[in-house]
Structure formats: C-alpha cells, structure tokens
Design a protein around this ligand. Structure first.
Ligand code: FES
Length: 141
C-alpha cells in the first residue's frame, strides 16, 4: 500500500466511523462555524476544565474532507491543554498552506493532498477555525 492509498483509507475511515460526533451533555463552550464558499457548517461543543480540553464533540453538515478533518481534529485535541490544542490548529493550518513542515499531526497528515486545492483547504480547516474560536473567544456552552 502506498502513502496515497494509506491517506485515502484514513480519510475514508474517519468518514465512515466519525470520532466524537454528536453532543456533550454539559459543554461549557459551543461554537458554530460556516464555510462561506459552500454554506456548509460545523458546530463544536467542548468541555474545558483546568485549562484542558476534557471532552469535545462535533456536529453539522459538510463534505467528506470537512467531516473527516473534524473527526481527526477532535481525536487529536481531546486531553490536550488549551495551548496545545491551539498550537495544533495553527500547525495544521500552516501545514496545509505550506508555511509549516509536517510535525506530529497524526491522522491529520492524511489531508496533506488537500494543500494543492485552495478551495478544499477551507473545508479541511473549518473545524480548526471553529476550535480556535471556541478557545479564544468568550463563548459559552
Ligand atoms: Fe463545504 Fe467542503 S464543500 S465544507
């Protein structure tokens, strides 16, 4: 299996078995984010305590790239500190726009091919933009 096939399988797996899709019983941060180019949207619910992302869920409608990316992102940030989660969002966006080398992004690295298609970068970063908004604005659950 070559790298492209492996990446495709990873994206497919997150689409077919999305991680952390649904709702939290008691989120304390909730945000919605729209991709203006297509109208797709995502909602994120987080439980943040002691400066950590204790739990996270996503819901919404979008293309397979946006939903796979949301699934990967929630898996990657759960249990991380707020600072680490924000760093991950920044690194991932830098990775897709070519301003940062790949580093420790886990399954998110499977979205590397998206960087060649600027309109799809918006799909792949939708959940990460929502995460940044949730963690940097005073949004309530
Ligand atoms: Fe709408 Fe990808 S086409 S998020």
């Amino acid at each position: 299996m070559n790298l492209d096939d492996m990446y495709r399988d990873t994206i497919l797996d997150h689409n077919q078995n999305p991680r952390n899709r649904g709702h939290l019983e008691r989120p304390n941060k909730t945000v919605g984010m729209l991709n203006p180019t297509c109208g797709d949207q995502i909602e994120l619910e987080l439980l943040v305590a002691d400066d950590k992302v204790v739990d996270i869920r996503f819901a919404g409608q979008g293309c397979s790239i946006s939903m796979a990316s949301a699934s990967m992102m929630t898996e990657a940030v759960k249990g991380k500190t707020v600072e680490e989660a924000l760093a991950l969002a920044r690194d991932f966006k830098g990775f897709l726009t070519g301003t940062k080398a790949v580093q420790e992004l886990g399954d998110l690295e499977a979205l590397q091919g998206v960087s060649q298609f600027p309109s799809r970068v918006k799909c792949a970063t939708l959940a990460h933009n929502a995460l940044e908004k949730a963690l940097t604005h005073d949004v309530k659950g």
